[in-house]
Design a protein around this ligand. Structure first.
Ligand SMILES: Nc1ncnc2c1ncn2[C@@H]1O[C@H](COP(=O)(O)OP(=O)(O)OP(=O)(O)O)[C@@H](O)[C@H]1O
Ligand SMILES: [Mg+2]
Length: 305
């Protein structure tokens, strides 16, 4: 579906992304993790054509939609058109403050897609209900909680029927008690087969909801693989070290999006395959069964290298 080949990105003389290869297959959820400054947001922005890049290419459904050299020449018009293939969800919601939830969601379909007001309203109500804020359609942005605002932002992306949803730390600006409701919505979308790449520090979510995990370090794909296996038994010491910065605490199932899947069995590792490394003590997950747990960032220290 979405492919990034040998993508290079510089800011000035500094190389930010170094020959990044990444694929998001149709219906797949790819979690992108890594320390602060490793290039996660830059990669997501380049993938979604929000940011020009210097080398390599981005392809959608088998066709190259942006090349480094061209993208440097800022083929902005073409990029703007192709960008509508993507839905973006950012940390800070980016809603229009003095409008209602409904108006925020209707705007794209009316202005960009040329939908009639009636059709756009119907679509907006549909997607707002899908993310559980159907009762807030007429609330203005300041009247909504952060969790509601972020769910409206997700609805706004979905209203445009994107081929791929790109989410950059959608829960990191939320109060801790609101994180779960947003992750639940994202997990539900993952289950429904929405194609997604998501930058996240929520390792429990990555474990439970992502199909694949990509670990970026110093602008390179350092390690990637099936999400659960990669989190349980990282191959590189760098990923193991990164994961050690998260501590693992039990959380009620309803609070940890991915854990709902763990409980209904889909995220539980099959018998016999489960956590040999944890038993031997080499896993950063230690002795604790990860499928029972949610991983949350430690409060002490930062995730910066
Ligand atoms: N517009 C810019 N101009 C110059 N340097 C930039 C710009 N945007 C990002 N950078 C640099 O590129 C590097 C990667 O930044 P990026 O925001 O992609 O990291 P990140 O992995 O998303 O980090 P975080 O977890 O803190 O969000 C950083 O060193 C950052 O300072
Ligand atoms: Mg970032």
């Amino acid at each position: 579906m979405l492919r990034v080949d040998d993508l290079d990105k510089y800011y000035g003389d500094r190389q930010i992304l170094d020959s990044v290869n990444l694929e998001v297959r149709k219906g797949e959820t790819v979690a992108i993790v890594g320390s602060s400054g490793s290039g996660k947001s830059t990669l997501l922005r380049c993938m979604g054509l929000l940011e020009p890049f210097d080398g390599g290419s981005v392809s959608l459904r088998g066709s190259v939609i942006a090349k480094g050299s061209e993208s440097r020449r800022h083929e902005r018009k073409a990029d703007a058109r192709r960008r509508t293939s993507f839905g973006f969800v950012f940390q800070n919601f980016n809603l229009i403050n003095n409008r209602t939830a409904l108006e925020n969601v209707m705007e794209g379909p009316v202005i960009v897609k040329g939908m009639t007001e009636d059709a756009a309203r119907k679509r907006a109500v549909e997607v707002l209900e899908r993310v559980g804020v159907g009762h807030r359609v007429n609330a203005s942005v300041p009247e909504m909680s952060g969790g509601e605002q972020q769910r409206v932002a997700i609805a706004r992306s979905l209203a445009m029927s994107p081929q791929c949803l790109l989410l950059d730390e959608p829960t990191s600006a939320l109060d801790p008690e609101l994180v779960g409701e947003v992750l639940d919505v994202v997990s539900e979308l993952a289950r429904e087969g929405v194609t997604m790449a998501i930058v996240t520090h929520e390792m429990g979510f990555a474990y439970g909801a992502a199909d694949r995990l990509v670990f970026l370090k110093e602008g390179r794909v350092w390690e990637e693989g099936a999400a659960q296996q990669t989190l349980r038994t990282p191959r590189t010491p760098e990923l193991a070290t990164f994961l050690r910065r998260f501590h693992y605490s039990s959380m009620p199932v309803q609070d940890g999006a991915g854990l709902a899947r763990a409980q209904d069995g889909r995220a539980t590792p099959p018998d016999g395959v489960d956590r040999p490394a944890a038993r031997s003590g080499t896993s950063p997950l230690g002795e604790v069964g990860v499928s029972d747990l949610c991983l949350v960032p430690t409060t002490e220290g930062s995730t910066r290298d």
